[in-house]
Design a protein around this ligand. Structure first.
Ligand SMILES: [Zn+2]
Length: 145
């Protein structure tokens, strides 16, 4: 239920793990071990949470979920869109245009000046990788209510 929230938190540059199936105990110990904040719609987890920070997600709408997380955890100042690999949840590294030359299609190379690389999956990103639709949604998310 929170998959889309997780994806969008990554798009906005936050280190986010997502589990569609996991035992409550596992989630709690992972959160404790890695000092993570648990986002959940499960009231059972909220009640049993000890020594970890839990945010109970109120809405079923992903945009409202993202807004809730950003405001409750005061993350708006730390937003860095497109700084994480959406698939791997690791920070992207900037690479020079020269380094990108053999990694992207020629038309991409010609049209773009900034490139970044995911150190895990080796995917190369450039400003045009993301749909303009995505930028539009980010604007929408960042708009205060
Ligand atoms: Zn990756």
């Amino acid at each position: 239920m929170l998959g889309k929230l997780a994806k969008w938190l990554r798009i906005l540059g936050f280190d986010t793990l997502f589990f569609s199936k996991a035992e409550d105990d596992e989630l709690r110990s992972l959160a404790r071990r890695e000092n993570r904040i648990l986002l959940t719609r499960d009231t059972g987890i909220v009640e049993k949470a000890k020594k970890i920070k839990v945010v109970f997600i109120r809405s079923e709408n992903w945009k409202k979920q993202v807004k809730q997380v950003l405001s409750e955890l005061q993350l708006r100042e730390q937003i860095k869109p497109y700084s994480q690999c959406i698939e791997c949840n690791v920070p992207l590294k900037s690479i020079s245009k020269k380094q990108a030359k053999n990694l992207v299609a020629p038309f991409v190379y010609e049209r773009s000046d900034s490139f970044s690389l995911c150190p895990r999956c080796s995917r190369v990103f450039w400003p045009g990788t993301h749909h303009s639709d995505m930028n539009f949604k980010i604007e929408d998310i960042l708009e205060k209510e």
